[in-house]
Design a protein around this ligand. Structure first.
Ligand SMILES: Nc1ncnc2c1ncn2[C@@H]1O[C@H](COP(=O)(O)OP(=O)(O)OP(=O)(O)O)[C@@H](O)[C@H]1O
Length: 355
């Protein structure tokens, strides 16, 4: 008999919430519960940051309750988010602990790779730039924060689940000299999860603070497309040293890229430059070059807003095959002209002290 969502909820209702004195379902702690057809159960437990310790035992009890139902796997992601702000206190106040963007101990720089529009190649570029930086001897981390379409595990040829020996620290994955963590590794590759703002914030903070990144020269964050909660949380909570905005040359992609640039400007994040991807198509048979999506649009836009154009990456079959095959082109064909384009970006970032 297959496991149903209702059965799981009923089991979770037997677990009591020490704070509210009701059960964890009634207390609204269980979010994004999914039960797949193989009987694997996943859900998020949203708790307040000050109560994380209290809830560790509750999380274990919840896991056990579901396990006892015969679930094939149980995965509980505990996210800590701040409770909604209290009504403003109009009395004069002393300033409290610093609330601005923080540096993460051990991580020298954070570099965000963003795009206004989905599918423009942001993840492909992030993976290649990360591997190119590692090949130059930099200590590189790559955080795949693209919760709507995490792709770094596939691009870097990494599978399996990240381990957490003590239930707090998450051990990242590593390949091609890049230390990588993805929200994609916390869920099935083909599973869509509906994230709400506070959950996203909690998950992102957990990825930044609880993943054992080690000492890094640079942490590259592959952002989801657009200007949403993840971008806001990242830039408001953590000191982001710069953003690179990726776009294809079409007007519609550029329009969205402009919105992304406006957002970073408003948030005070320096824009290190733009990259035009799928700039020109080079036929893998005959080498003929054609401009499928137009050409030069990003260069014009970059000039208009006064930021450097860091690269024009061609649309080339080898780049896609390499990305899909789990060894980015800078790793699988490091001497190809396509890989050189990425390696040049990496060298420039290092030369400018940005990575
Ligand atoms: N320069 C390129 N040449 C050939 N294929 C490319 C190139 N850049 C990206 N691709 C391919 O285009 C597809 C989309 O790329 P990618 O997943 O990197 O985009 P994205 O902007 O990260 O998308 P998402 O919005 O899903 O995060 C992938 O199949 C990738 O291999």
């Amino acid at each position: 008999m297959s496991l149903t969502r209702d059965a799981v909820l009923a089991a979770l209702k037997t677990v009591s919430d020490p704070i509210s004195d009701s059960d964890i379902v009634a207390a609204g702690l269980v979010k994004a519960l999914t039960v797949d057809d193989k009987g694997a159960v996943r859900f998020v437990m949203e708790v307040s940051p000050s109560q994380v310790k209290t809830y560790e035992a509750v999380k274990d009890a919840a896991e056990k309750a579901v396990q006892d139902l015969g679930a094939s796997a149980v995965q509980v992601l505990m996210t800590a988010h701040s409770t909604p702000a209290a009504p403003p206190d109009l009395k004069p106040q002393r300033s409290s602990e610093p609330s601005g963007p923080q540096k993460i101990p051990g991580i020298d720089r954070i570099l965000a790779i963003a795009s206004g529009k989905g599918g423009v190649g942001k993840s492909t570029l992030s993976a290649n730039i990360a591997c190119a930086l590692a090949a130059e001897g930099r200590r590189v981390g790559l955080l795949d924060a693209d919760v709507y379409g995490p792709s770094q595990p596939r691009m870097l040829g990494v599978s399996g689940r990240p381990a957490s020996p003590d239930g707090k620290i998450i051990l990242p994955m590593r390949n091609y000299g890049v230390t990588m963590m993805s929200i994609g590794l916390m869920q099935n590759e083909d599973q869509a999860v509906v994230w709400r703002g506070p959950m996203l914030m909690g998950a992102l903070q957990q990825m930044m603070n609880q993943v054992q990144w080690g000492a890094l020269d640079v942490l590259i964050v592959d952002l989801p497309p657009g200007t949403g909660d993840v971008q806001m949380t990242l830039t408001q909570k953590f000191q982001v040293d710069g953003a690179i905005v990726v776009s294809t040359p079409q007007d519609v992609a550029l329009l969205d890229a402009r919105k992304g640039i406006d957002m970073f400007n408003q948030l005070g994040t320096p824009i290190l430059g733009m990259i035009e991807n799928m700039s020109t198509h080079i036929c893998s048979n005959c080498g003929h070059e054609e401009h499928v999506f137009g050409h030069g649009g990003v260069a014009r836009e970059a000039e208009k807003i006064g930021v450097p154009l860091l690269a024009e990456i061609p649309l080339h079959l080898d780049i896609r095959l390499a990305a899909d095959g789990g060894a980015p082109i800078v790793v699988s064909k490091p001497d190809s002209p396509q890989a050189t384009a990425f390696r040049d970006v990496a060298k420039r970032l290092i030369a400018d002290g940005k990575a």
